[in-house]
Structure formats: structure tokens, C-alpha cells
Write a protein that binds this ligand. Structure first.
Ligand code: AMP
Ligand code: FE
Ligand code: FE
Ligand code: ZN
Length: 279
């Protein structure tokens, strides 16, 4: 029996658990298949892979790339080669951009009267720097009561600490992932906040660019949403995946496997994905 979670984050991006801890946690909870999908980083994969061997579970190498199409769109990649040169060069570039962005966020916050240290943000990140690390520093300094509070008050569009990331197109991410031997899957479609028609039109367009699947099961998709996404994915002949987007239990109260109890076709869907990535 397969028990899978195909969307999780470690300290290689903005998760709380080290890659080894994440794999151990999943194995202890009875998961047989886990995908590590850090933002803009494949740095945790080798470590997670080793730990997965120790526990006798399957670690699917993955990544999550934030793209833009008038709004933020996240693309998951599965089965990619974590040593692919073009992919690594792209992530190096993004890591540098994220460093500069974090520095600008810290400077803007300071102008507004919230003083946090960039060195501390870097330390909290020890991987790819993002808004969650700035949020944690704001909490440490007492400017916010929780990470969510820090986001709401300082780090969302329109607030003083918000700095957008450099935009990249879905087509570029899909192409990079495909060239690295991976398959590209649209992450948490509900977070796009589009109606069914608009979503399906976009999905069709991305499919012509190489998009291969849709994350139908995710905590953002309630049962009725998931049912609609499922019929859309079937209609468009897309791979069906599911993941909790786990970042650590203390982040938004999400645990490994959350929202996946509705995933009735998990066995066949995971097998299909594994075949597609040649496992
Ligand atoms: P970034 O890529 O640096 O813009 O940061 C985006 C990440 O921040 C997302 O992947 C989430 O993990 C996290 N995030 C976004 N909004 C919130 C929120 N309201 N509370 C906690 N974490 C959030
Ligand atoms: Fe995240
Ligand atoms: Fe995401
Ligand atoms: Zn995610």
C-alpha cells in the first residue's frame, strides 16, 4: 500500500525540519512515498535521499518554483536530476536575487521603524531566503505575534516590507524542469483564485508548454473543490497529484499528509507518476 505526500518543505527552503528530520517524521507516520519540494532549491535532496534509504521509504526528488502569470503561480517538478547544470545555475541566480530582495525588505522595514538584522534573517534561512525568514526575525524582535501576523502586517503586497520577486514565466519553469528530466505539475490551483473556466483555459495553455499534471489534493482544496479539480485534470489528461505543503507542524497547523484523506485514487496516481519519472 502506498501512503504518499508529494509536497513538503525542509530547511533547504522555508521548512522548519532538516531534510533528515522530515523524512524520519514521514516514515514514523507510516508514509511510504515522500516528495521533497523546496522552493527554488534541490540542496536538501541528497540528504533526504540518504535518510529515506535508512528508513526504507521512497524519496521522490522535487522542487517548487514560483512563477508569474499576472498572479503568483507555483510549479512543482518531480523526478528531476538534482545535479542538472542548467537547473542549478537557475537556482543559484534565484538564490542571489533572494539575498538582494531580503536586504531590501530589511532596509524598507528599518525605514518604517522595524529594526531586524539581515545577518539574523540569513541565519534563520540557512538555505534559500524568503519572506518566512524575515517574518520569523520580526517575531523574534517582538514586531509581530506570529509568522502569520508578520505576513499580514508587513510582508504582503501593499505593506512596507513587501518586495516582489523577479518574475519568471510558467513556460520557463516548465522547460527547465523538463530539460532536467522532471515532470511539471501545477501546485495548489485553488490558490490562484480563478473560476473553473479561467483556470482551465490557463491550464490548457500551460499544457502546450509542457505542463504534465495538477495538484488536485492540497489543504487549500476543500472536498468540493478537489472534486472539480479532479474532473478538470481528467478532462485535460493531466497527472493527478496531492501534497500537504508541510513546512513544519507549527506553520499554519499543517501536518504531513494533511488534506490527502480525500485522495481516493492515490495508489494508481502515484504509480503513474513513478512510471512517468522512470522510477
Ligand atoms: P517568498 O517565496 O519569499 O515570497 O515566500 C513565500 C512563502 O511564504 C510561501 O511559500 C509560504 O510558505 C509562506 N507564506 C506565504 N504567506 C504566508 C502566511 N500568511 N503565513 C505564513 N507563511 C506564509
Ligand atoms: Fe513556503
Ligand atoms: Fe506553493
Ligand atoms: Zn509549497
Amino acid at each position: 500500500m502506498i501512503k504518499a505526500d508529494l509536497h513538503t518543505h525542509s530547511t533547504a527552503s522555508d521548512g522548519i525540519l532538516e531534510p533528515e528530520q522530515l523524512v524520519a517524521r514521514a516514515a514514523q507516520r507510516g508514509f511510504t512515498h515522500l516528495a521533497l519540494t523546496d522552493h527554488d532549491s534541490v540542496e536538501g535532496i541528497a540528504r533526504a535521499q540518504e535518510e529515506a534509504v535508512r528508513w526504507g521509504i521512497v524519496l521522490i526528488p522535487g522542487v517548487e518554483i514560483s512563477c508569474n502569470a499576472g498572479r503568483e503561480v507555483h510549479i512543482l517538478g518531480y523526478g528531476l536530476d538534482p545535479y542538472d547544470e542548467a537547473l542549478l545555475a537557475f537556482f543559484r541566480e534565484r538564490t542571489l536575487e533572494r539575498e538582494e530582495r531580503a536586504a531590501r525588505m530589511v532596509a524598507n522595514l528599518e525605514k518604517d521603524g522595524e529594526k531586524i538584522s539581515l545577518a539574523r534573517v540569513r541565519e534563520l534561512a540557512h538555505g534559500v531566503m524568503g519572506r518566512p525568514h524575515v517574518a520569523r526575525a520580526l517575531v523574534e524582535e517582538g514586531y509581530a505575534s506570529s509568522v502569520s501576523d508578520a505576513f499580514d502586517r508587513y510582508l504582503v503586497p501593499g505593506r512596507c516590507g513587501y518586495v516582489p520577486r523577479k518574475e519568471i514565466k510558467v513556460a520557463r519553469a516548465v522547460q527547465l524542469l523538463s530539460q532536467a528530466g522532471g515532470v511539471a505539475v501545477l501546485a495548489h490551483p485553488m490558490e490562484l483564485r480563478l473560476g473553473d473556466m479561467a483556470l482551465e483555459a490557463l491550464v490548457r495553455e500551460w499544457k502546450t508548454q509542457g505542463l504534465a499534471g495538477m495538484e488536485v489534493y492540497h489543504p487549500s482544496a476543500a472536498a468540493n473543490h478537489a472534486a472539480r479539480l479532479l474532473s478538470m485534470a481528467r478532462r485535460e489528461n493531466l497527472l493527478i497529484t496531492g501534497g500537504s505543503d508541510f513546512h513544519g507542524e507549527e506553520v499554519r497547523n499543517v501536518c504531513i499528509g494533511q488534506g490527502l484523506d480525500r485522495w481516493q485514487s492515490m495508489q494508481e496516481d502515484v504509480r503513474t507518476l513513478l512510471r512517468r519519472i522512470g522510477d
